[in-house]
Design a protein around this ligand. Structure first.
Ligand code: SF4
Ligand code: SF4
Length: 385
């Protein structure tokens, strides 16, 4: 069945892959260091114009660290004038009171700050920066003072999951309105480090129980703080409807202008189009890469005949590719997949994790080293536009 193509309601502008931090779970591509030609301010304006004309309403500014772009305020102001709802997804590094104020003046509506841990030492070790925790803490306070909705994000993994109660306490101290406790999704650097980051099932169950207990306490105390707990795919038996379906509502533009249906898709053996050469409308509606996994014709037999295919679209294409080498396979998270044993093996391996010291941190040197070994693994490209 060929599904009608929807509108790209959600635009994610990955302004840069540059970032002062080195999180070992970063979702940027392993080979990010090789992409240097960032879109200019004017090129981003053209992307916003086209996306807005096509019906996009939400615009997330992310990276890397979007604050390293000195034109961020200009980009926000332009997007705001175009009528986008704008959201800044930041580590807080590079934020100052002056920038919080100027972003507010530019019309920014939402800032989400990420922390690595509630403990300053662990936070700074994971971030690869001595001052990260202090900076994040101070900026979170200021963001609140400037009357933005206070959204904090913690990527939860083996190295911080047992401190979930301290993490929630920190969020309450900072008067967060919304807290995302998202257990690591294993793409990019997180996949590279899965053996040191995947928590055990017992740890996940405990963390969810404590989160539920806090939800009750928060309600009883009349505090307005929403806790969102995201269970990792690796402890599910059915896959998630990744990105709400390939090329359905999400459109990501990478720093160099490569257009992607999902920020993790760049690792796949697909030649994605670039906004520098192709109008966004042609990319969204007509490109081979955006059409490749729309509808259900591409699905394997087990998904074609499955009643759940309208709910999960066969799961995540990136995960199918990473784990099985073929993006057309069903997501191995599915208990019916012949590759589900790979997920079960990862669960078993989580009982004997690799130590913290063996994590590969996201930095240009590791990016160069790891992309050399990856190139040898990736099969020849299969689709071109
Ligand atoms: S996950 Fe960490 S390293 Fe990656 S962009 Fe965010 S702050 Fe930077
Ligand atoms: S068989 Fe395919 S469509 Fe059915 S639940 Fe599994 S992944 Fe989803």
């Amino acid at each position: 069945m060929t599904a009608p193509v929807g509108l790209p309601l959600w635009l994610l502008a990955e302004l840069t892959y540059r970032c002062p931090l080195q999180c070992p779970y970063c979702s940027n591509p392993i080979d990010y260091a090789q992409y240097k030609e960032e879109l200019t301010t004017g090129e981003w304006f053209a992307v916003f114009d086209q996306a807005r004309q096509m019906g996009a309403v939400q615009l997330g500014f992310s990276g890397g660290e979007p604050l390293v772009r000195q034109d961020l305020e200009e980009l926000v102001a332009y997007a705001h004038k175009q009528g986008f709802y704008t959201n800044l997804i930041t580590s807080g590094m590079g934020l100052t009171e002056a920038r919080i104020a100027s972003l507010k003046d530019a019309g920014l509506q939402h800032i989400q700050i990420s922390f690595q841990a509630s403990d300053p030492t662990v936070n700074n070790l994971l971030a690869g920066s001595k001052h990260a925790f202090e900076q994040k803490y101070e900026m979170s306070r200021l963001v609140k003072q400037y009357d933005y909705p206070m959204v904090l994000n913690f990527v939860i993994h083996r190295q911080n999951i047992d401190q979930i109660d301290q993490i929630i306490e920190l969020c309450l101290e900072l008067e967060a309105d919304t807290v995302e406790l998202a257990i690591c999704q294993f793409y990019g650097w997180a996949f590279e480090n899965i053996e040191g980051l995947l928590p055990t099932k017992e740890q996940v169950v405990r963390a969810e129980r404590i989160t539920n207990e806090y939800r009750k306490k928060i309600e009883d105390r009349g505090i307005k703080c929403k806790l969102i707990f995201v269970v990792p795919d690796y402890y599910e038996e059915r896959p998630k409807p990744c990105m709400d379906g390939w090329g359905k509502i999400f459109l990501t533009v990478a720093p160099d202008g490569t257009a992607l249906p999902c920020h993790a898709a760049r690792q796949m053996p697909i030649e994605f189009p670039n906004v520098r050469q192709t109008p966004l409308k042609d990319i969204w509606y007509d490109s081979a890469s955006f059409n490749q996994f729309r509808g259900d014709e591409w699905m394997p037999d087990m998904c074609q005949s499955c009643p759940d295919k309208e709910r999960d679209y066969g799961g995540c294409r990136c995960q199918a590719f990473m784990l099985t080498g073929d993006a057309k396979n069903a997501d191995p998270v599915c208990g019916k997949s012949p590759y589900h044993y790979l997920i079960e093996e990862a669960r078993i391996n989580s009982e004997t994790p690799t130590p913290f010291e063996e994590l590969r941190f996201r930095n240009p040197k590791n990016s160069k080293l790891l992309s050399i070994s990856q190139e040898q693994l990736i099969p020849t490209r299969t689709v071109t536009d």
